[in-house]
Write a protein that binds this ligand. Structure first.
Ligand code: GLU
Length: 447
């Protein structure tokens, strides 16, 4: 049977690195096994799901190069959910409940304060037909709960954790349909997984209890049971769990705007908490090659944005002019050339930062005061046509300086900065006329 996995985000916020790690593990597993990677938009929660978040999610995945083989939306799937619900009604596995949110919350509080776990007490199962009719006449619409097989203990062989077992009497009967007739994710997801022929459900550790519940729903619907893998959730560098709220600065769109390289994100996420080493040259195909559940650790790995930034620098420093030309053109810079790119590429944290070096090389710089005598010597020794080695060697002679004493002031005069691209490249890019002009201006205006 060929592998079919799904990444099922809810468009209720921006995707963060934790979500993408789940997407990536699904993708890598599918491709490693010659299977299909399906994108399913879990938008049953109509109040919280938005088209904006959905569009943003498509943009994120496209930018990262994670391509889906098939795409579905739960909001398009009402009919199969309805017919699956009818089947559950027919076999008596769902029951109508009339408690309000407030009543349920009070029940839970009483249970917890008396030391019991807040499992739903199935009061609605004991309602007589007359009592139900009365409630309906009063205008109350029921929500529907699935009656868990509470004598059962759900057991599965998790691809990552090995054997997991959860007794169903420790869990509340889940609500599958709301009073307004809309379906809850817990249920919609099972119906979709069955209909889409999902073979492996790979998701975060936070879904372990859901899995036990959903396995019971799979059985009730006589659906083919998929395999399960639960991935430890990422935490931030300071140990906090990532969520749609706390992870905002680690959202993919925020990272994209900051100029981080998508390959750096993929590399860090694919190797985090695994036995694999990061290699900035690895492409998605290489990450597929290295992937295996056996190499993944069970503890929650920490995500550090600095790792992505460091890798981004390395990746950018190896990009050719051809690879970045389009991005540079988008910055509307004049005089863009291969020589310019080769001069600056090792000094960039993002391609966008090229604009800064463009400004330094072709526009204004800060004129910083240097030893006037030395600056005069810079001018005296400058000859046309410009030859870097000859210029430096005569300046060395005339000034009797060497090493940092010689090079550092040249850099300061030419760029107004302490560090930057290799001096030889700067000099060649500036050219004789601009070089002369900068040195002269330094003599006149530096303070
Ligand atoms: N929409 C669910 C979530 O975002 C998907 C969980 C699953 O993979 O089943 O948590």
């Amino acid at each position: 049977m060929s592998v079919r996995v799904r990444f099922a985000p809810s468009p209720t916020g921006l995707l963060h690195v934790g979500n993408i790690r789940i997407a990536l593990v699904n993708y890598l597993f599918a491709k490693k096994n010659g299977g299909k990677f399906i994108l399913r938009i879990d938008d049953t929660d109509l109040e919280r799901s938005t088209k904006e978040f959905e569009n943003e999610l498509f943009r994120d995945l496209e930018w990262l190069g994670i391509k889906a083989d098939e795409l579905y939306r739960q909001s398009d799937n009402h009919a199969p959910y309805s017919s699956a619900m009818d089947r559950l009604k027919k076999i008596g596995r769902v029951y109508a409940c009339y408690e309000t949110k407030e009543e349920l919350s009070l029940k839970r509080k009483i249970q917890t304060s008396s030391g019991n776990s807040p499992v739903y007490d199935r009061a609605a199962l004991r309602l007589s037909p007359e009592a139900k009719e009365k409630l309906e006449q009063e205008g109350l619409k029921p929500h529907w709960r699935f009656r868990l097989n509470d004598e059962d203990c759900m057991e599965w062989n998790d691809l990552l954790h090995g054997k997991i077992s959860i007794p169903l009497n420790t869990v509340s009967d889940p609500i599958l349909m709301k009073p307004d007739g809309s379906f809850v994710y817990t249920f919609a997801s099972v119906v979709d997984d069955v209909n889409m022929g999902i073979t492996h459900v790979i998701r975060g550790d936070d879904h372990v209890t859901n899995t036990a519940v959903q396995m019971d729903i799979f059985s009730a619907l006589s659906g083919e049971m998929p395999n399960f893998a639960h991935i430890p959730l990422l935490s931030s560098a300071d140990g906090e769990e990532l969520s749609k709220r706390t992870g905002a600065s680690l959202s993919i769109s925020c990272m994209r705007d900051s100029g981080v390289d998508p390959g750096a994100i993929l590399n860090v996420l694919a190797t985090l908490g695994t036995a694999n080493n990061v290699n900035h040259r690895d492409k998605l195909e290489d990450l597929v090659e290295h992937f295996s559940f056996e190499k993944m650790s069970l503890s929650a790995p920490k995500f550090n944005l600095e790792d992505v930034k460091t890798l981004t620098k390395k990746i950018i420093s190896e990009k050719t002019f051809g690879e970045v030309k389009g991005e540079l053109q988008e910055l509307n810079l004049e005089n863009i050339s291969e020589e310019f790119w080769d001069a600056i590429k090792e000094n960039l944290s993002s391609v966008k930062e090229s604009a800064f070096w463009h400004h330094i090389l072709f526009n204004e710089i800060n004129m910083l005061k240097e030893d006037e005598n030395f600056v005069k010597q810079m001018l005296q020794t400058l000859t046309s046509p410009l030859n870097f080695d000859e210029w430096i060697s005569s300046l060395k002679q005339v000034s009797a300086r060497k090493g940092r004493d010689l090079f550092h002031p040249i850099r300061i005069v030419l760029t107004g900065l302490e560090d930057g691209p290799e001096l030889r490249r700067i000099v060649n890019l500036l050219g004789y006329e601009r070089l002369k002009e900068r040195i002269k201006r330094n003599l006149e205006s530096a303070r």
